[in-house]
Design a protein around this ligand. Structure first.
Ligand code: ITT
Length: 190
């Protein structure tokens, strides 16, 4: 069975393909010849994820899934949230991290979580799968691995940041892994 994954990130596709198994052949946006800039204008991860699948269903009528993720910091009222990729006004993650650290300053409340929501359109039905991991924001960057806000996030129960973990270690516990394994569990029944 073919299923479109609304991403152009080959790394993400490969990772999710491995979890989903070979019963489903995942196709990226470029695999189906879609070069459109799919709108992401929602105010929640769920809305943004659904915008991706709605777009593909409307335009191509294909079964598909798409995800949206980000970081929610309690002391910043849940920001950067859906604005995680351009919180400081640019896509430069150095600047985005700096912006978060400045906003938080010495605030002792450092609790935060990464979230992923996956929207799936399959067999004429809409489904959502969510994953979250709780943790805290530290005061300065630690670690070189991973991406995004990984250098300033320590998951609960650990004493190192996501950026200090191997990709295997992070992928075993991450928000995205949790959501994807729920998707895989659902698809297993087909
Ligand atoms: P696509 O929509 O093209 O897949 P994206 O960069 O928008 O790529 P996401 O929606 O998954 O990817 O994530 C949005 C932002 O949230 C991302 O740019 C990071 O800044 C942050 N983020 C998401 N997951 C993260 C993770 O595992 N570690 C660190 N930062 C993450």
């Amino acid at each position: 069975l073919e299923l479109v994954f609304a991403t152009n990130n080959a790394h993400k596709l490969e990772e999710v393909q491995a979890i989903v198994g070979d019963k489903f052949v995942l196709k990226s946006l470029s695999d189906i010849g879609c070069q459109d800039d799919i709108p992401e204008t929602g105010v929640t991860f769920k809305e943004n994820a659904k915008q991706k699948t709605d777009y593909l269903v409307d335009k191509y009528g294909l079964y598909c899934f798409g995800d949206d993720s980000g970081l929610e910091i309690d002391a910043l009222n849940g920001e950067p949230g859906v604005y995680s990729a351009r919180y400081s006004g640019t896509r430069d993650m150095e600047k985005n991290i700096e912006f978060v650290l400045e906003k938080l300053g010495d605030n002792p409340n450092r609790t935060a979580r990464f979230k992923t929501v996956i929207s799936l359109y399959f067999n004429e039905q809409q489904h959502f799968f969510e994953g979250a991991i709780e943790g805290k924001i530290i005061k300065e960057r630690k670690g070189e691995k991973g991406f995004g806000y990984d250098p300033i996030f320590i998951p609960n129960g650990y004493d190192k940041t996501f950026a200090e973990m191997s990709s295997e270690e992070k992928n075993a516990i991450s928000h995205r892994a949790i959501a994807v394994s729920k998707l895989a569990e659902f698809l297993k029944n087909y």
